[in-house]
Design a binder for this molecule. Structure first.
Ligand code: SAM
Ligand code: FES
Length: 350
């Protein structure tokens, strides 16, 4: 298997058959070799720097009903909340003082926030913090809406494709949501000029190595600036309550593969990874990741943005999370940096 890792590093390309064979046939030895190569590539472009993003989970209302997600509309047990513009700005102020230079505004697909409201929030943040980047992560919207928010000053957009294969996608989502539409949104976002992040859950129900191979080919084709992946973790109030969680082992392996395929990409070591293992985020960094996203949401709403069970950091103040992250990164020889942390993966293709 090491020969496929070498081929990947040299050419940044594998065929679907090769991806499937590598993922299916991986061993602990292959993984160790992969992580060593992934770290070397990561150090070449990003040294030992770790970028931090301040995550503001500003609404847990959602019109969608994704089967895996704890804040899906049918979950009557979810305690719903929305943050006001002032509350969001307070989070940014706290974050700025703590050294965050990117704010990620994430939420369910909540019609309460019209384009005008979101654009106004984005404009205000950008005018107050001129050296900061804003990332939006508010799901599928129209081309016009994405354009308006970009013109208001949003720099980046996170929209995981979740899984490339349409059949697999339809097992994870109700029929009104399609893989084709999700992928079209990503192409729209790119065309408009956003720095785009996509990604998928690892170990989602019925996922096969072939599905993951398709995900890798899709990432290669889209060539995004960021890739967010994390293990699927069941939530007790969803149709997937009894499904098995994705593993740390496979998630780390996928992180290493993504680093070799897209050497300059921004790759978060996610909260979900830290949820399935106490040292999950550190191990993600050691597998090739270079971003962490501590939580800036007000403490009283954190436990309500429960996408999956046992989510970590739901009781901590922003400053505690920031300090904790710095210590964790230092403990493995990496440094949290105060910077916007733009991607070096600039797409120069026509
Ligand atoms: N509504 C926006 C969207 O759809 O992109 C952003 C919020 S959504 C909750 C953010 C991400 O959470 C999803 O893209 C999904 O991959 C992840 N997620 C949801 N439920 C999860 C679960 N049970 N385990 C792991 N990740 C989950
Ligand atoms: Fe909408 Fe999860 S179903 S954010």
């Amino acid at each position: 298997m090491n020969n496929l890792v070498n081929k990947l590093e040299q050419t940044q390309f594998l065929s679907k058959e090769e991806w499937s064979a590598l993922i299916r046939g991986r061993t602990p030895g292959t993984a160790d070799y992969l992580f060593e190569r992934a770290r070397e590539v990561r150090h070449r472009y990003y040294q030992h720097d770790v970028y931090i993003r301040g995550l503001i989970e500003f609404t847990n209302y959602c019109k969608n009903d994704c089967y895996y997600c704890g804040i899906r509309r049918s979950n009557r047990h979810a305690h719903r909340y929305r943050l006001s513009k002032e509350q969001i700005l307070d989070c940014c102020e706290t974050g700025y003082r703590l050294g965050f230079r990117t704010f990620v505004l994430q939420g369910g697909e909540d019609g309460h926030y019209t384009d005008e409201m979101l654009a106004d929030i984005v404009k205000t943040i950008k005018s107050r913090y001129t050296d900061c980047a804003i990332t939006l992560s508010v799901g599928e919207r129209s081309y016009e809406s994405y354009r308006l928010l970009f013109e208001a000053g949003a720099d980046r957009y996170l929209l995981r494709h979740e899984t490339y294969d349409p059949q697999h996608y339809s097992k994870l989502h109700p029929q009104e949501l399609t893989a084709a539409h999700r992928q079209q949104c990503l192409r729209d976002l790119k065309e408009i000029g956003y720095q785009v992040g996509t990604g998928f859950m690892v170990g989602s129900p019925w996922q096969t190595p072939e599905n993951l191979a398709d995900d890798m080919l899709f990432l290669k084709e889209l060539n995004p600036q960021m890739v967010g992946i994390g293990p699927f973790i069941p939530h007790h109030d969803t149709p997937f309550a009894d499904q098995k969680a994705g593993t740390l082992e496979l998630t780390l392996f996928m992180l290493g593969l993504i680093r070799l395929m897209l050497p300059k990409v921004l790759l978060p070591s996610t909260t979900a990874l830290g949820t399935i293992a106490p040292d999950g985020r550190e191990r993600g960094i050691l597998a090739g990741a270079n971003v962490v996203m501590p939580n800036l949401s007000p403490t009283d709403v954190r436990k309500d943005y429960l996408l999956y069970d046992n989510k970590i950091c739901t009781g901590d103040e922003a400053a505690e999370c920031r300090g904790c992250m710095e210590r964790r990164m230092n403990s493995i020889g990496y440094n949290v940096v105060v910077a916007r942390g733009d991607s070096l993966n600039v797409d120069t293709r026509p």
